[in-house]
Write a protein that binds this ligand. Structure first.
Ligand code: ADP
Ligand code: MG
Length: 140
């Protein structure tokens, strides 16, 4: 299986409730290595740009406001099939539909405040990683 990097964001609902460590433990238990990580407070411009693909969706403005409502942790996770593996560990977008043991099932507050973002393809992972990290930060 190929080793991949994927972008994860621990969202403001989770940083507010001090869940960073518990969420990171889920990644590590699943075999994902946290190879880069930093805490940021996104500007409106950054959040709008990051979620540009959802611009036409009815929840876009609320999503941007939510993502700038507190600090986030942006991180690069590495492992075999990391993109898909991370999506499995995260669980479904709507916590009501998420499987038992997933991050969203255990921690999400709502379909919007759902604790984590994860890239949905290898192509998007590479784009999203370069949005937040310089090459030198990933040189391990
Ligand atoms: P995912 O994060 O599982 O890849 P999407 O890419 O479809 O889900 O949506 C991006 C984010 O937008 C979600 O994680 C969630 O925070 C928010 N979102 C998605 N659907 C809704 C919705 N119906 N109402 C409110 N917020 C939503
Ligand atoms: Mg998505």
């Amino acid at each position: 299986m190929p080793t991949e990097n994927t972008l994860s964001i621990i969202k403001p609902d989770a940083t507010k409730r001090n869940l960073t460590g518990l969420i990171n433990a889920k990644f590590e238990k699943a075999g994902l290595k946290i190879i880069a990580q930093k805490r940021l407070h996104l500007s409106k411009e950054m959040a709008e740009k990051f979620y540009e693909v959802h611009k036409e969706r009815p929840f876009y403005n609320d999503l941007v406001d939510f993502m700038i409502s507190g600090p986030v942790i942006v991180q690069v996770l590495r492992g075999e099939n990391a993109v898909k593996l991370n999506r499995d560990v995260m669980g479904a977008t709507n916590p009501v539909e998420a499987d038992t043991g997933t991050i969203r099932k255990e921690f999400a507050e709502s379909i919007e405040a759902n604790s984590v973002h994860g890239s949905d393809s290898l192509e998007n992972a590479n784009l999203e990683i370069s949005f937040f990290f310089a090459g030198i930060e990933l040189s391990i």
